[in-house]
Design a protein around this ligand. Structure first.
Ligand code: PLP
Length: 387
C-alpha cells in the first residue's frame, strides 16, 4: 500500500491532507518522496521558525538528548529554568508554566484566570470573555473558548462560563464585562479566523477596562508569538501589558512545547499541586527552545517586518487580490474571484507550500527564509493568482 492509502485506512479522518508525502528538507526547502522540491511558506503553521532541520536547533536538541531526555517535574532541570528566566527577562512577565501545546497553554491560562477571580473576587468570578472568530484550541475548554459557532456543532455540552463579544467592538465587550468576569482573552492577530489584526484602539480600550475592573487581560500568542509578527510577541505592537500570555508553536521549533506566562498580578496564583504536566517543560524541548529564543533578536525581528512588507506590497499590487492582512510574516491574502483552497492546491503542484485560513490564503514562512526563495515563491503565487 502507498503511504496515502495506509494513512487513509488507519489515521483518524480529522485532516483533509494534500497529496504529497514529505520526507526531508533543509531551511525553507522541503522534498517529497519523488524528490520534488517545494518552497515552504507554511513552516508547519508557524512552528518551524528557522525552517526544517535547522542546524543550531538540532545541535541543542541532540546535545540535551544525549544527557537527559526527561525527568518528572518534581525535579529541577536546567533547560526549563533557563528558558523560563529568558522568557521573563524578554517580556517582563514574572513566572512561566510549561505545557506541550497551544491548547494546553491556554488551559493553564484559563485556570489561572479562574483561580485569580476566585481568590480575589469570590467563586462567581469565573466568566471569560472571548471574541468572535477567535481560535484557542481543540480541548473542551479551549474549544468552548473559540468564538466560532461552526466549531461547536456536535460537541456539546460545553464548559460553562465563556461569553463571546464582537472583535473590534468595544461596546460589545463592555456590555458583557461585570463582577463575574475574571478575564478577557484575545489573539492580537486572529490566525485561524482569517489573519485579522485587532484594531489598536479596541485593544487599548479593552486593556483600560481590564485595569479599571481588575479583569485579567489574557493574550493568546500561540500563533502570533515568538517573532512571527516582527516583535517577540504581538502584544508588544500595541503597548499593552497582559496579565497572562500563552504561546506554543514557534517556541518549540518543531518539538511540542506550550508556555503560559504570568505577569505581576498572577505570578503566584498557581500554587503547588494546582496544575501540572508529565511532559510539559521537557528538557529536550526546552533546550531546543533556548536555541530559538536566543536568535529572535532585533535584527531578525526587523528582517521579519521587512519581508512581511515585501509580501504585502507585492501581493497587494496583484490582479485578483482583493486585500492583504496580517502583520510581519503572518499574512492573509483575500482573493477577488478564486477559491483560496484551489489556489493553495495549484501552488503546491507548482512547488510552493501555502496555507489557507477561512477564505484567505495564509502565508507563514520560516522567519529566516532567504530573500531569493521568498521572492521566487511569491512570484509563483502571483502568477497563479493572476492566471
Ligand atoms: C491562536 C491559537 N491558539 C491555540 C492554538 C492551539 O494550539 P495547538 O494546536 O498547539 O493545541 C492554535 C493552533 O493553531 C492557535 O492558532
Amino acid at each position: 500500500m502507498h503511504i496515502q492509502e495506509i494513512d487513509k485506512t488507519y489515521v483518524a479522518n480529522t485532516y483533509d491532507r494534500y497529496e504529497p508525502v514529505f520526507v526531508s528538507g533543509k531551511g525553507s526547502l522541503v522534498y517529497d518522496d519523488t524528490g520534488k522540491e517545494y518552497i515552504d511558506l507554511a513552516s508547519g503553521i508557524a512552528v518551524n521558525c528557522f525552517g526544517v532541520a535547522d542546524d543550531a536547533w538540532i545541535a541543542a536538541v541532540t546535545a540535551q538528548l544525549g544527557k537527559l531526555q526527561h525527568l518528572c517535574n518534581k525535579y529541577y532541570t536546567a533547560p526549563q529554568a533557563m528558558l523560563a528566566q529568558k522568557l521573563c527577562e524578554r517580556t517582563g512577565m514574572k513566572k512561566v508554566f510549561f505545557a506541550n501545546s497551544g491548547a494546553e497553554a491556554n488551559e493553564c491560562l484559563i485556570k489561572v484566570a479562574r483561580k485569580y477571580g476566585h481568590d480575589h473576587h469570590g467563586a462567581n468570578c469565573s466568566n471569560i470573555i472571548t471574541l468572535t472568530n477567535s481560535f484557542h484550541g481543540r480541548t473542551m475548554a479551549t474549544l468552548t473558548a473559540c468564538g466560532q459557532e461552526a466549531m461547536h456543532k456536535d460537541f456539546g455540552p460545553f464548559v460553562p462560563g465563556f461569553l463571546y463579544a464582537e472583535a473590534n467592538d468595544f461596546a460589545s465587550v463592555a456590555a458583557l464585562a461585570d463582577e463575574n468576569t475574571c478575564g478577557i482573552l484575545m489573539e492580537m492577530v486572529q490566525g485561524e479566523g482569517g489573519v485579522n489584526a485587532l484594531d489598536a484602539e479596541f485593544v487599548h480600550q479593552v486593556a483600560a477596562l481590564c485595569k479599571q475592573k481588575d479583569i485579567l487581560l489574557l493574550v493568546d500568542e500561540v500563533q502570533t508569538g515568538n517573532g512571527r509578527t516582527g516583535k517577540l510577541y504581538a502584544y508588544m505592537h500595541f503597548g499593552v501589558e497582559p496579565d497572562v500570555v500563552s504561546t506554543a508553536k514557534g517556541i518549540g521549533g518543531g518539538l511540542p512545547l506550550g508556555v503560559c506566562m504570568m505577569g505581576a498580578k498572577t505570578a503566584d496564583t498557581l500554587t503547588a499541586g494546582t496544575h501540572g504536566s508529565t511532559f510539559g517543560g521537557n528538557p529536550v524541548c526546552c533546550a531546543g527552545a533556548l536555541s530559538i529564543l536566543d536568535r529572535l533578536d532585533d535584527k531578525l525581528l526587523a528582517d521579519v517586518a521587512r519581508k512581511g512588507d515585501f509580501i504585502k506590497e507585492t501581493l497587494s499590487a496583484c490582479k485578483g487580490v482583493s486585500g492583504v492582512s496580517g502583520m510581519g510574516l503572518m499574512i492573509g491574502v483575500a482573493l477577488a474571484d478564486k477559491k483560496a483552497s484551489d489556489v493553495a492546491h495549484v501552488c503546491l503542484d507548482a512547488g510552493v507550500m501555502v496555507m489557507t485560513a477561512k477564505d484567505k490564503l495564509r502565508i507563514l514562512p520560516a522567519l529566516n527564509i532567504p530573500d531569493e526563495l521568498l521572492k521566487k515563491a511569491i512570484d509563483i503565487m502571483k502568477g497563479i493568482i493572476e492566471a
